[in-house]
Design a protein around this ligand. Structure first.
Ligand code: NAD
Ligand code: UD1
Length: 339
């Protein structure tokens, strides 16, 4: 691998920045294309501090066809890792057109610009949300797919579009990576997840409680049919997830078609287990109350991780203790960025 130039859309964001670090460490050149809607330009400096290599950065929007065309003219792009998108489930229900415009319209522009430039290798950020509400766990890639909100549909529609594109033109190859619950931060503590406002997701919420920025954790239901009654998810460390993308880039080389692959650990962890791991990481008790179930939540979701191992040779190296310790290290650094 290495010596190739990878365009990383949304590369200033949470998953994109960690993937850029792994790409640079493995010798790839990286061009980040991001509108900074949900990220900060300073992440580029911090990526350079970690890797001693600086990615190229273009501030631009995937809804802007001309800006995309200029990127392909300006850099010798070999493949694209496509993270740019909006990801708040609740907001997608309130503003569906914004989500379809950004995540579908923007992605269509990207695929068109790629085709025009003859760049036909793509890694797409999909989500376990495409497994819908009716499948048993663990989730296998060939399960029937459905969604319950516009955000999820944008993922499923992108999968469909890419399958059709790959079927129409055998020069295309794509990996549709279905992420379970990414968490953690780079071990250096210099980059991590930095959501604006009150986080919707458990891990960043717990981090803000640990930092004294929010009062208590709200456990959404303890009457599920799970071992301790709280919701169970498959939490995957961001550095493992990032590495999965680099393995997928290698995999799609010379393999026409679109392959859907889960990126998870194959193990479920409950809300109470996460709280305990976080308390261990930060060395203090975290106040928590039990609230009613959150609408739309499933009792448990976790991956069957066999296909990623078989096709990509992918296995995770980190567990929830690493995830919580690394978030806590990053959270303390992130506080200094805010001030
Ligand atoms: P993020 O918000 O941290 O990163 C997304 C980046 O894309 C941001 O830097 C944002 O500024 C940029 N962006 C958004 N719209 C853009 C546009 N129109 N043009 C250019 N840049 C744009 O999110 P993340 O957690 O890193 O997620 C990355 C991708 O992975 C998203 O597509 C998301 O839906 C998907 N995903 C995330 C999760 C998760 O739990 N984090 C789970 C499954 C799938
Ligand atoms: C959420 C998204 C999902 C997305 C995923 C990415 C929703 C409804 N779903 O999934 O589409 O792909 O993030 O990571 O937003 N919980 C609490 N208290 C909290 C927050 C969450 O108890 O403050 C519980 C939830 O009920 C769930 C678990 O913690 O059992 C994880 O929740 P969360 O981090 O929001 O992730 P998901 O619901 O899996």
């Amino acid at each position: 691998m290495g010596n190739k130039t990878i365009l990383v859309t949304g590369g200033a964001g949470f998953i994109g920045s960690h993937t850029t670090v792994v790409l640079l460490e493995q010798g790839f050149d990286v061009v980040i294309f991001d509108n900074l809607f949900n990220s900060k330009a300073s992440v580029i400096d911090r990526i350079e501090r970690i890797t001693a290599r600086r990615p190229s950065f273009v501030q631009g929007d995937i809804r802007d066809r001309d800006a995309l065309a200029r990127v392909f003219e300006s850099f010798p792009i070999d493949a694209v890792v496509h993270f740019a998108g909006l990801k708040a489930v609740g907001e997608s229900v309130e503003k569906p057109l914004l989500y379809y415009e950004n995540n579908i319209g923007g992605s269509l522009n990207l695929y068109e610009a790629m085709g025009a430039a003859g760049v036909k290798r793509l890694i797409f950020s999909s989500s376990a949300t495409v497994y819908g509400e009716s499948n048993p766990t663990p989730y296998f890639e060939d399960f029937p797919l459905s969604c319950t909100n516009p955000y999820g549909w944008t993922k499923l529609m992108n999968e469909r579009i890419l399958r059709d594109l790959c079927a129409a033109d055998p020069a295309w190859s794509a990996a549709l990576l279905r992420y379970f619950n990414p968490g953690g931060a780079h071990r250096s503590g210099l980059i991590g997840e930095d959501p604006a406002g009150i986080p919707n997701n458990l891990l960043p919420y717990a981090a803000k409680v640990a930092a004294g920025r929010l009062e208590k954790i709200h456990i959404y239901g303890d009457d599920y049919d799970t071992a301790d009654g709280t919701g169970v998810r498959d939490y995957i460390h961001i550095t493992d997830l990032a590495r999965g993308h680099v393995l997928a880039l290698d995999y799609i080389e010379g393999r026409p078609g679109a392959a859907a692959i889960n990126l998870g650990t194959g193990k479920g962890t409950s809300v109470r287990q996460i709280i305990a791991a976080f308390e261990k990481a930060c060395g203090k008790k975290l106040p928590a109350v039990v609230d009613p179930r959150r609408a739309g939540d499933l009792p448990q979701t976790y991956a069957n991780a066999d296909l990623a191992k078989k096709l990509l040779g992918f296995e995770t190296n980190f567990g929830i203790e690493d995830i919580c310790a690394d978030i806590w290290r990053w959270q303390q650094f992130a506080l200094t960025l805010d001030s």
